[in-house]
Ligand binder design. Structure first.
Ligand code: FO1
Length: 314
């Protein structure tokens, strides 16, 4: 069996721990198609937060409290960079984490694509999941605000999404092409999962790359999504600020309707909501999307594996 998962970083990482646990021992090939809209060049290195958050989590070397970066991290190099006035003072690159960025930059400078660089970097750990960036091209999510347009990381990390967003741009996406392995994973999948990641800044930049949405629409596998919203609140992160900006309510059914039914030109065949949102199941089904309500809190990999089992049964 083959499973393809569209995923962002921190929430996606938690979800993938459960996907791996659910399919453990079954010989299932799991491919995560990962957002790269958060990526950027900073102090001469290429940073890919979502790929790294997933890699560190699956490798068991992540900082579980922060949700990003390495456990047992030190920040000596970042302190030096700050003293030099280089980089973003509000964005910390840990010393261990910098090892990843330097390695990735080394491969990119050698002329490899991000997908091959990621393959080589992830070889270090038996992740049980193949990580594929959505594209080898450099695309960047920018946020439009009344105070100007800024890179997603500035809005998210520096301003904590407190400046109201007026819109989002996935710069470079129109000219981007799917990375090697993306369309293949979608076409070969027996199951396509849309992780409970941020619909606006994690999943949308993947779908903005020409060819990916179409490949999903045409795929033989069922497309099953999981709500990142539980009882009108975000599970983690600041997705509510993103959804508000694009005119979508912070509600499990509103996100499902935003993605739309595959049978009606959208993305989804089925959608899982939390038990707390059971009342909206008929609304989602009325829009042509099969729906079920189950506990969706991803408290640990075993609980998340149970969520994935429910997703395969909806
Ligand atoms: N998030 C922060 O809140 N502060 C940081 O200084 C920070 C540094 C950082 C460095 C590398 C990396 O891969 C991620 C990092 N993050 C940091 C997380 C990241 O900004 C976001 O949480 C994601 O991009 C959103 O998925």
């Amino acid at each position: 069996m083959k499973v393809a998962v569209l995923s962002g970083g921190v929430g996606g990482a938690r979800f993938l721990l459960g996907v791996r646990e659910h399919f453990a021992g079954t010989g299932t090939e799991i491919t995560a198609i990962v957002n790269v809209g958060d990526d950027m060049w900073l102090t001469g290195v290429r940073i890919a937060p979502d790929l790294d958050s997933i890699m560190y989590a699956l490798a068991g070397v992540n900082d579980t409290e922060r949700g990003w970066g390495r456990a047992g991290e030190t920040e000596r190099v970042s302190a030096e960079l700050r003293a030099h006035g280089v980089g973003w003072p509000w964005f910390t690159l840990g010393d261990l984490d910098l090892g990843t960025h330097l390695t990735r930059t080394h491969y990119l400078r050698e002329g490899l694509g991000l997908a091959e660089a990621t393959r080589r970097i992830t070889e270090r750990w038996p992740l049980g999941v193949t990580l594929v960036p959505s594209t080898n091209d450099e695309i960047e999510t920018h946020v439009l605000t009344a105070e100007g347009t800024m890179h997603f990381q500035e809005w998210w990390t520096r301003h904590r999404a407190a400046i109201p967003a007026l819109g989002f741009e996935y710069r470079g996406s129109e000219a981007a092409t799917p990375a090697p392995g993306v369309l293949e994973a979608i076409a070969a999948a027996d199951l396509i999962l849309v992780a409970p990641s941020n619909p606006v800044v994690s999943i949308a930049p993947i779908l903005a790359i020409p060819g990916i949405r179409q490949a999903i629409t045409d795929a033989p596998a069922p497309v099953i999504g999981l709500s990142p919203i539980i009882a009108g609140a975000v599970v983690r992160g600041m997705a509510d600020a993103c959804l508000t900006a694009i005119g979508v309510a912070t509600a499990a059914d509103a996100v499902a309707l935003h993605y739309g039914a595959r049978s009606r030109g959208g993305l989804l065949d089925a959608w899982l909501v939390d038990s707390a949102d059971a009342a909206v199941v008929p609304v989602i089904e009325g829009a042509g999307i099969r729906a079920a309500a189950v506990p969706l809190w991803m408290t640990d990999p075993a609980t998340t594996a149970e969520i994935v089992r429910a997703a395969t049964a909806v």
